[in-house]
Design a binder for this molecule. Sequence first.
Ligand SMILES: *Cc1c(COP(=O)(O)O)cnc(C)c1O
Length: 362
Amino acid sequence: MKYNRSFNFSAGPAMMPEPVLEEIRDEMMNYKGSGMCVMEMSHRSKVFQEIADEAEADLRELMGIPDNYKVLFVQGGGTLEFAMVPINLMKNGVAAYIETGSWSKKAIAEAKKYGEVKIVASSADKNFSYIPDCSNLDIPENCDYVYICENETINGTTFHKLPDTKGHVLVSDQSSMFLSRPCNVSDYGLIWAGVQKNVGPAGMAVVIIREDLIREDLDPKAPIYLSYKTHADNGSMYNTPNCWAIYCCGKVFKYLKSIGGLKAIQEINEDKAKVLYDFLDSSKLFVSSVRPEDRSVMNVTFTAGSKEMDAEVVKASEAAGFDNLKGHKSVGGLRASIYNAMPKEGVEALVAFLKKFEEEHK
Ligand SMILES: *Cc1c(COP(=O)(O)O)cnc(C)c1O
């Protein structure tokens, strides 16, 4: 590789496309003749307003976001959305959650503070190694929304088919799969994503919300910042936004457009993931942790059979120049996050390493 960069399998913050990093480098000292770096700019300046407007326009084009949806750039990363969703959307105080792993559990714990949470499906019985059947859920009539974590980063599962919400609003945490494949936005009431997994630097979430779900009558004690209306009414600039993240994400949106959009990146991602899953399925040492039809294209969880062996793999992988193959501390095992920016060569090199490891540990 040109810059002696490592193949970084981190679940987030994670790799960024190299052409994007190069452009950011080139604009670092003097952004397009403005005489300053984007980090130094007033968010109220014309030049920054253009950066923010273009980022939104490019995202709208990439995803085909309908006009009756607002795009918001909110600070607080992914975790603040666990609270913002119930604070803003629980009108009747009832919501249905689908429990598929670590991140949906966190969302459930937070939502319980604000109202009644009904878990309408769960894969807890098998260690969250699959996506439960969501074709005929028992959803309360007065429920305000149905919530999913569309890609469970830690457990390595993905909804390849959306649940039947029976006409209720669908809310999705897309953090670790945002912009990895085409998305029909009108299937959802609200999509949110922490951007540091698949798009940009940490510290920001993109929220895509159908306009009729934006309310004014929140609990008067709810912080002003936590109301989606605050962000919608002020073009995501009620206060100083995460200017740097907006700028970097905007670059990634343009980059994705330049390579052919979400259909193109989906093909690249599926091709890449297949290399790794095919190896795992043929290996006598390594096993994938997830039921084949529910496997994530972004986060590949697997194990070498025991805690000790997994630890050996991690050690050997670090010596071989691969970073962050250790599974999340809460579940153990191994995990390779292969987001949009991970080149296919990285996955091929990983498979070659795992093959060699297997040979040496027969
Ligand atoms: C990382 C992650 C989050 C939390 O994001 P933070 O920005 O660290 O708060 C939430 N949901 C999913 C699916 C994630 O992968």
